[in-house]
Ligand binder design. Sequence first.
Ligand SMILES: Nc1nc2c(ncn2[C@@H]2O[C@H](COP(=O)(O)OP(=O)(O)OP(=O)(O)O)[C@@H](O)[C@H]2O)c(=O)[nH]1
Ligand SMILES: [Zn+2]
Ligand SMILES: [Zn+2]
Length: 231
Amino acid sequence: MNLVTVSGPPSTGKTAVILKTIESYKKQNVNVGVIKFDCLYTDDDILYEKAGITVRKGLSGGLCPDHYFVSNIEEAFEWGQKEGFDVLISESAGLCNRCSPYIKDVKAICVIDNLSGINTPKKIGPMLKSADIVVITKGDIVSQAEREVFASRVHTVNPGATVMHVNGLTGQGSFELSTLLYDRSLDTETLKGKELRFSMPSALCSYCLGEKRIGEQYQMGNVRKINLEES
Ligand SMILES: Nc1nc2c(ncn2[C@@H]2O[C@H](COP(=O)(O)OP(=O)(O)OP(=O)(O)O)[C@@H](O)[C@H]2O)c(=O)[nH]1
Ligand SMILES: [Zn+2]
Ligand SMILES: [Zn+2]
């Protein structure tokens, strides 16, 4: 089975792009399943089910969604193998810009949209920086000049990535994407022992542990203070 990890900030078009890409696979009799990771809420599973795609979802609740992803991806992978998928696509919410779910030797796709502002590529962090393919959506609602500036900002942050434009509504570009995601000759047997591309920052502070009170005397562990003297 091939595993493909898709992530990106909320509402950028991940589900739309995945649905269009799976349409291409269906025509080629490639069996695809989806595992969706989110933080508090998602109804993506309903969208996938409506399209006839087998899907499971996991909500991380109080945990960083990427940490939750890593703790659960092996089980999700084994589920996909039992289901007999050729490709398992994970969709995860990029809610934490410090982290990313990408695994070495597992295809990593970041979906961002043209509407998010030209400085967004710099803000996203490892989820964009360490992706193999960056998919840019919503090109239909900005000008050609804006599309070009945005794509060049993406290239600056991740010069090694393949940058693609996909329209999540019409599916334009999704066939090309589908040809890059599935490799028939590649059969990943297990994720055991594989490594993340990026070590998740350890940020154990009082607030990670449930503290609610404001005030220096309540702050322990990994505390960082802003320097307000400098501008
Ligand atoms: N105009 C336009 N709208 C798009 C495009 N791609 C997605 N959308 C719309 O953007 C909205 C969000 O798309 P989703 O596919 O749900 O985004 P997502 O990244 O999966 O969202 P979450 O999983 O909730 O974080 C939907 O209303 C889509 O129809 C695009 O290329 N152009
Ligand atoms: Zn989604
Ligand atoms: Zn995180």
